[in-house]
Ligand binder design. Structure first.
Ligand SMILES: Cc1cc2nc3c(=O)[nH]c(=O)nc-3n(C[C@H](O)[C@H](O)[C@H](O)COP(=O)(O)OP(=O)(O)OC[C@H]3O[C@@H](n4cnc5c(N)ncnc54)[C@H](O)[C@@H]3O)c2cc1C
Length: 582
């Protein structure tokens, strides 16, 4: 196996690495299903040379992780009632004594979706007619016809692998939006890194793909939603209600359908390569800026993943463009994008790798000299994991743009994120600040990558891209790490969000703790994360709050988390039957 080959190439003294490599080298561990803890224990007993690390604990952690993942899947899919049509939805909302929360693919931070636990809210999943996909035509102001698709609010863009139970598979390739577009040779302008999301969840959190040229919001023509008074509202592009409700985290009602303008199928060519940071888009030029800003502004689709650990400092750069003529394909191989991780490293190996790293980092009283050796080992492994060749391919848009769809992001590779969006003009400030932050060798431990990409300006008032093109910094935290993601993200809120002007947070990812400070008193940039702060970042916040109040006067959709953040006064006791339209 790969690591055994490394070991032959780079002979190491007997130490922890030989143990790691023997774990990784077991081909029978290629999937979680075939993974046997006993086998792993035997391997450990056979090979254990240094007992400094609690390997038995590592193994136990990994076993627990495996069980948690399996249980999670069963629990999630079974407990949420499914709503099949408008009438059922109306009845549910009318009878509910708790806040109504719709779960899409459940990919957002839990606080964005639920109250603290399932006792405190009514959780619903949209199914049946809410998955429908209908094609038709509309006319623009000049009378020109164009093609549209009207999609039920619960329809997944691609496939949500967790939307199943023992008896049913609810989300399939066949009922996904993308497959139905593909069959009719239609396309969307862009999608995010994965396509598991529902159209409702994707739109309402302001999610976006990596491009300043193509925005998902560009193709949204209108949508319908049932508000807190039981009314169905048709919000059309260009109106206040459209711009207010389009990004509203489910706080104004339930999105029942969305109408998207279609374009003909197109092909995309992509290339990905790994660079040392000094040769990458993150290398400062003599003029004092970074190539990344130009790449963001001039490339059709792009993103990069930077491994900032000092002894790694590699950048995986991905860029893509639509193919306009035969010439554009030259040097590119036809075929879908292959994620390097999905291709040659099994995710369970990566998961074990992260488990071990986390265990190493949680050791107490490790002498600095040993810690240094551990970090070197981690860096060595990371360098090898990112040692892949230039990839150039072309295919239909839907086979190239969602680059992370092949990774098991819902199980072993589950990741928590925080993501901050800044005006693209602040690119230099952002990279300078990140660079400074990662001067500290230990600061880069814990997260495995930092993603940098862009988003096109959006018409939705609460989109973090409202009124400006943005650069986004997406900070990863492996969900099964034992250490605390809140503390981990706080460091970035203190150093990045507080220091660079005009930052706005992705609504579907982790945010600072409500009513708590971030930043530094010493530097004079400490702020409190609350409504006043949001009002400074979002020019239409007051108008948004007013429309929210009109749409949902009884706060039927509001959880304590959102009530706190938006400083909503407790609503009058709901009088559902009086409020509700028949
Ligand atoms: C692995 C991974 C990759 C990601 N990649 C990207 C990316 O490339 N770009 C990006 O911008 N984001 C990305 N995200 C974030 C993701 O797009 C958002 O979290 C998105 O909201 C998830 O959609 P969902 O269907 O899972 O919605 P959920 O997370 O289930 O819900 C999101 C919010 O919308 C509400 N909601 C959902 N549907 C409805 C409805 N029909 N009516 C009313 N309220 C509703 C929910 O209550 C919740 O408040 C990624 C997340 C993960 C985990």
């Amino acid at each position: 196996m790969l690591l055994r080959a490394f070991q032959t190439k780079f002979p190491l003294k007997p130490n922890n690495f030989s143990l790691l490599s023997s774990f990784f080298s077991q081909s029978r561990f290629h999937s979680l299903k075939s993974f046997s803890i006993q086998e792993l224990k035997n391997e450990y007993e056979k090979n254990a040379i240094s007992k400094k690390l609690p390997w038995a604990k590592i193994i136990a952690d990994f076993e627990k992780l495996k069980k948690d993942i399996e249980l999670d899947k069963v629990r999630e899919s079974q407990k949420i009632p499914r709503i099949n049509d408008i009438q059922e939805l109306h009845t549910e909302i009318k009878n509910s004594k708790k806040p109504i929360r719709i779960i899409g693919a459940g990919h957002s931070a839990a606080t964005a979706i639920f109250s603290g636990n399932s006792e405190n809210d009514t959780r619903l999943k949209l199914d049946g007619t809410f998955r429908s996909v209908k094609f038709s035509k509309e006319k623009d102001n000049n009378g020109n016809e164009f093609d549209v698709v009207t999609v039920g609010g619960g329809c997944n863009l691609g496939v949500d692998p967790l939307d199943r139970d023992f008896l049913h598979i609810y989300s399939t390739v066949e009922n996904s939006l993308i497959e139905q577009l593909s069959k009719k040779s239609y396309a969307l302008p862009i999608v995010g890194g994965i396509t598991h999301q529902t159209i409702g969840g994707f739109m309402l959190t302001g999610s976006a793909g990596g491009s300043l040229k193509h925005g998902f919001a560009d193709c949204i023509q209108s949508f319908k939603f049932m508000n807190g008074k039981g009314e169905i509202i048709h919000a059309k592009r260009g109106t206040d209600i459209f711009e207010a409700v389009g990004v509203s985290m489910g706080l104004m009602g339930v999105i029942t359908e969305v109408t998207l303008k279609l374009e003909p199928n197109y092909q995309v060519r992509a290339q990905e390569e790994v660079k040392e940071k000094k040769d990458s888009w993150l290398n400062k030029t003599k003029a004092g800026d970074y190539p990344l800003e130009n790449v963001l502004k001039n490339t059709e689709y792009m993103h990069l993943n930077w491994i900032p650990l000092k002894d790694v400092d590699k950048v995986m750069q991905w860029e893509a463009a639509r193919i306009k003529c035969e010439e554009d394909k030259k040097g590119y191989k036809q075929g879908p994008y292959q994620h390097p991780m999905a291709k040659w490293i099994d995710s369970s190996e990566v998961a074990l790798f992260f488990t071990i790293i986390d265990s190493i980092l949680r050791q107490e009283n490790v002498p600095p000299i040993i810690l240094k050796q551990e970090i070197n080992t981690i860096a060595f492994l990371y360098r090898k994991f990112t040692d892949y060749k230039l990839q150039k391919c072309w295919e239909d848009w839907d086979k190239i743009l969602p680059t992370e769809d092949q990774i098991p992001v819902d199980s072993t590779m589950q990741t928590l994120f925080t993501e901050i969006w800044f005006p693209v003009e602040h690119t230099t400030k952002l990279i300078d600040a990140l660079d400074e932050f990662y001067q500290d060798k230990f600061a880069a431990l814990g997260n495995y990558a930092v993603e940098l990409y862009g988003a096109k300006s959006s018409p939705f008032w609460l989109s973090p891209a409202y009124g400006r093109d943005v650069i986004r910094v997406d900070l990863f935290w492996w969900k099964h790490n034992k250490s605390d993601p809140v503390k981990f993200f706080q460091k970035f809120f203190d150093r990045i969000l507080a220091e660079i002007p005009d930052g706005r947070l992705h609504w579907g990812k982790y945010m600072p703790i409500v009513n708590h400070p971030f930043g530094s008193v010493h530097k004079g940039n400490q702020r409190i994360f609350n409504l006043d702060y949001l009002k400074q970042q979002y020019p239409k916040m007051n108008e948004w709050l007013k429309i929210r109040e009109e749409m949902d006067p009884n706060q039927l959709f509001v959880t304590p988390y959102w009530r706190n953040l938006f400083n909503l006064q407790a609503a009058p006791k709901p009088t559902f039957s009086q409020q509700f339209k028949p």
